[in-house]
Ligand binder design. Structure first.
Ligand code: STX
Length: 315
């Protein structure tokens, strides 16, 4: 059973000016002469973590990680201006061109899968391979499930804590109510709601409770960017047309692909992964029988590392 590769350090990192407002933190790890692969983190707004480097054989891959607009080490922190899916797809192109690559592989889970699909369907010619996990298509149905009525029934106790910052008469549209607090003037209410938002997401991410994950996501820096950037994207339905990512899945046809999904994913229920595989039947589809959503769960790690190793043989 494959495990994560050992922890490594980046061999270079830098900041890329992508417009007048935003600077992105980019790092490269592994083998500078290796097969290029870019890691797309979740949220949006969650940023990269050290273990994200470890899904890839460092002797074989040139591993590119970056913090998307407004999060992690990118600046300005939590900035919502000029921050849309189209901007992030454009940033990937800026990074690819900066690196002088003809093609690269994409690896993304959750929101990272959304972004990977949006990029690959726009620029399939630049994509040598695609590994996506915990499939999130950012549709109104998925957002309703996670933030209004759905996962609430699996976790009624955690749900009460999620409701807590929102006045009772605003609970018919929680996404909007959270967005207002997170973009309002009251700094205390902003941080309190950011923590409640990311606590809900962290608690629902794993099959079994995970203290390390909770500590990371409720840290004020991460909580604020996750909550502000997610609500901004989600009130805009990911800046996508409804059904766009499935409708354009024919663009993925020639790309070596891997879809990995935890059976008990409560953040991104398996339905979307199943639909994606129907629309892109050439992709390998692995359902992990004993996992939820997070990339850090044992069975998911194993499936992801198998996928990065298999992809090497296909390229
Ligand atoms: N957010 C989807 C997403 O990308 C709705 C995501 N969900 N949980 C996570 O990411 C963490 C496991 C990183 C908290």
């Amino acid at each position: 059973m494959p495990y994560l590769y050992p922890q490594i350090h980046e061999y270079t990192h830098y900041f890329l000016d992508v417009d007048d407002t935003h600077k992105l933190y980019v790092e490269e790890c592994g083998n500078p002469e290796g097969v290029p692969i870019v890691f797309l983190h979740g949220g949006p707004g969650a940023g990269c973590e050290a273990y994200h480097r470890c899904f890839f054989d460092p002797e074989a891959y040139r591993i590119i990680l970056f913090d998307q607009r407004g999060c992690g080490r990118s600046t300005p922190h939590s900035e919502l201006n000029n921050n849309t899916t189209q901007h992030l797809v454009g940033d990937l192109e800026k990074i690819r061109q900066h690196l002088g690559l003809q093609q690269w592989a994409l690896f993304g889970g959750s929101w990272g899968s959304t972004l990977a699909l949006a990029y690959a369907e726009t620029y399939p010619e630049y994509v040598s391979g695609l590994i996506v996990r915990g499939i999130f298509l950012c549709t109104p149905k998925e957002l309703e499930w996670l933030y209004q009525d759905g996962a609430s029934r699996v976790y009624p106790d955690y749900w009460d804590d999620f409701l807590e910052p929102i006045p009772e008469d605003e609970r018919d549209d929680l996404l909007k109510a959270y967005y207002q607090l997170l973009t309002g003037e009251d700094e205390i209410a902003k941080m309190r709601s950011a923590k409640a938002w990311s606590t809900w997401e962290g608690r629902t991410a794993t099959l079994l409770p995970n203290e390390d994950l909770m500590a990371h996501f409720t840290d004020p820096h991460t909580a604020l960017s996750v909550a502000r950037i997610e609500t901004h994207y989600f009130i805009n339905e990911g800046f996508l047309e409804e059904g766009q990512l499935l409708k354009n899945a024919d663009k993925l046809r020639g790309i070596p692909g891997y879809i990995i999904q935890g059976r008990y994913d409560m953040i991104c229920p398996m339905e979307q992964a199943y639909r994606l595989h129907q629309a892109w039947p050439e992709a390998n589809f692995a359902v992990v029988a004993n996992a939820g959503h997070a990339a850090s769960e044992e069975g998911i790690i194993s499936a992801l590392v198998s996928a990065t190793n298999s992809l090497l043989k296909q390229l």
